[in-house]
Design a protein around this ligand. Structure first.
Ligand SMILES: [Fe+2]
Length: 503
């Protein structure tokens, strides 16, 4: 059923058309001139307008032009013309009318003209709907792309923030691998870093569907893909591994693999490592956007990895310098040779049970090594003296913790190091030196070093007394627990020491 508007100044024509077209199943409105017709058209959509040419107020030609101006192609117009004015009707067709019918109407010709017009109308409508469907699908695709881009950018931003906030290489690589795996929905994910000099694999994390801890071994395919990208210094992308010639001759047994991509981490044309991602089975496939994302991620990660490696090197140089310094101190007093290393070792036993993070643990390690660094400023004669020290000499020796604190103060690597060293001879009950701090006023690391320091002093050779056996030293620690030492740390140390001895 279509909406048709009949426009003619002759009532007889309007009525006869109304009757006929209604009987054909259409809905009909009528108007007696162009003006009336335009009023109706303003408020209702018509599929077809049948109009006379000569009418008062607004003739058919003007009405046709207005319809074409306002509605473009949406409404078809058929001209009704008297036998004598066919020429005018032809002009109207040139102006955009679809057809003309000569009055009086021959019924079949009228039906044919109306049906043709409505069919054309329907075709145009279908084409319009199809165009809109296509537009909607395209828009949906663009939206999906936009969503994905926004998601990837937010992931890259998050990763950037996290990896640039730490210099811990293990943390950086685990974040990178986890984010990469999740974003591209990989079934297996591997990350390797090379040792800068030996070029052997230095660090490896590998997740598979069977192992969610990252401890899976590298397989042959991983190794070969890593070799390939290291050699070629570019990513390897296989959308369908089974159709790849490369896998047959190079990658080995990859029967279960679907897609695979391997991207190198590069700095100044040197390959630092690589990330290998793969899917299993035929359903889940990587797309070109996935490779673009992982490559961007790898570029960002390369900078962070290089920084972390430089920082690790710097820390190693720093540790070497510390060891040299400690050796210089210990050389002043033959009895304390190896003391700082053992105090460090005991402090680490406690640190393992304190569950402190790796950066803090490293800080404690350096501070334990350096705890007696202040002895560098004490006269060797006093340090080596085997007879009893007088009170003046004791005062000088006690100064070593304050001197040590001052030496450590400028070292930026060891924040709060000064206070830790300064207070390593404080006692839990407040009777220690230099400031008589008590309980938890004493920094935690100073309390740890105090336990480790005393245990080693008791169990190693000293000029003024016999060496204690470890069980006697343990009893002594227990006896002084709560007075000289933090009782919790004494318990932790003794348990850790006994466990360590047994293993
Ligand atoms: Fe000391």
């Amino acid at each position: 059923m279509s909406n048709i508007l009949v426009v003619d100044d002759e009532m007889g024509v309007r009525e006869s058309l109304h009757v006929f077209l209604t009987s054909e199943g259409h809905t009909i409105d009528t108007a007696s001139n162009g003006r009336e017709a335009m009023n109706l058209i303003e408020n209702k959509i018509y599929d077809l307008v049948l109009t006379d040419m000569t009418m008062p107020e607004m003739d058919g030609m003007t009405l046709l032009k207005e319809i074409k101006d306002k509605l473009k192609e949406r409404t078809s117009v058929i001209i009704l013309t008297a036998d004598g004015s066919v020429q005018k009707a032809v002009s109207a067709v040139r102006e955009g009318a679809l057809d003309f019918i000569v009055k009086p109407f021959e019924i079949n010709r009228l039906r044919e003209a109306v049906d043709n017009a409505l069919q054309r109308e329907r075709k145009m409508l279908m084409a319009e709907l199809q165009r809109r469907d296509l537009e909607t699908a395209h828009l949906k695709q663009l939206n999906q792309k936009l969503d994905r881009t926004v998601f990837e950018l937010s992931i890259l931003h998050e990763i950037g923030k996290t990896i640039n906030s730490t210099l811990e290489i293990n943390k950086i690589v685990s974040i990178i691998l986890e984010m990469a795996r999740q974003t591209v929905n990989a079934d297996r994910a591997t990350l390797v870093l090379y040792h800068p000099e030996t070029r052997e694999i230095k660090l490896q994390l590998c997740y598979s569907p069977h192992d969610n801890n990252g401890s899976e071994e590298l397989n042959l395919t991983d190794r070969r893909a890593i070799q390939w990208v290291t050699l070629n210094k570019q990513p390897l992308f296989l959308e369908d591994v089974q159709k790849s010639a490369l896998f047959q001759q190079y990658l080995g047994n990859t029967e279960k693999l679907g897609s695979m991509m391997t991207v190198p981490f590069k700095r100044k044309n040197q390959v630092l490592g690589a990330i290998v991602l793969s899917t299993q089975g035929g359903q889940n496939r990587f797309a070109a956007e996935d490779l673009f994302f992982i490559t961007t991620l790898a570029n960002q990660a390369s900078i962070a990895i290089e920084n972390a490696q430089l920082y690790t090197d710097l820390q190693e140089y720093f540790a070497d310098t510390i060891r040299a310094l400690v050796a210089a101190v210990e050389a002043k007093d033959t009895y304390t040779f190896g003391h700082s290393s053992r105090v460090t070792q005991y402090s680490m036993l406690i640190a393992d049970r304190l569950e402190i993070d790796p950066v803090e643990k490293r800080r404690l390690e350096y501070l334990a090594l350096l705890h007696d660094i202040g002895k560098i400023g004490i006269d060797e004669k006093i340090l080596r003296k085997s007879s009893k020290l007088n009170s003046e000499e004791w005062d000088l020796i006690r100064n070593h913790s304050t001197i040590g604190g001052s030496i450590i103060k400028p070292i930026k690597f060891l924040p709060s190091g000064e206070t830790v060293i300064r207070h390593h001879h404080e006692r839990f009950n407040g009777s220690g030196y230099p400031d008589g701090l008590r309980g938890e006023e004493i920094p935690l690391f100073s309390r740890v070093i105090a336990v480790a320091d005393s245990f080693d002093a008791m169990t190693s050779l000293r000029p003024y007394r016999d060496t204690m056996k470890t069980d006697e030293a343990i009893l002594e620690l227990r006896r002084c627990s709560g007075e000289q030492f933090d009782p919790k740390l004494v318990d932790l140390f003794i348990n850790a020491f006994i466990e360590d001895e047994r293993s």
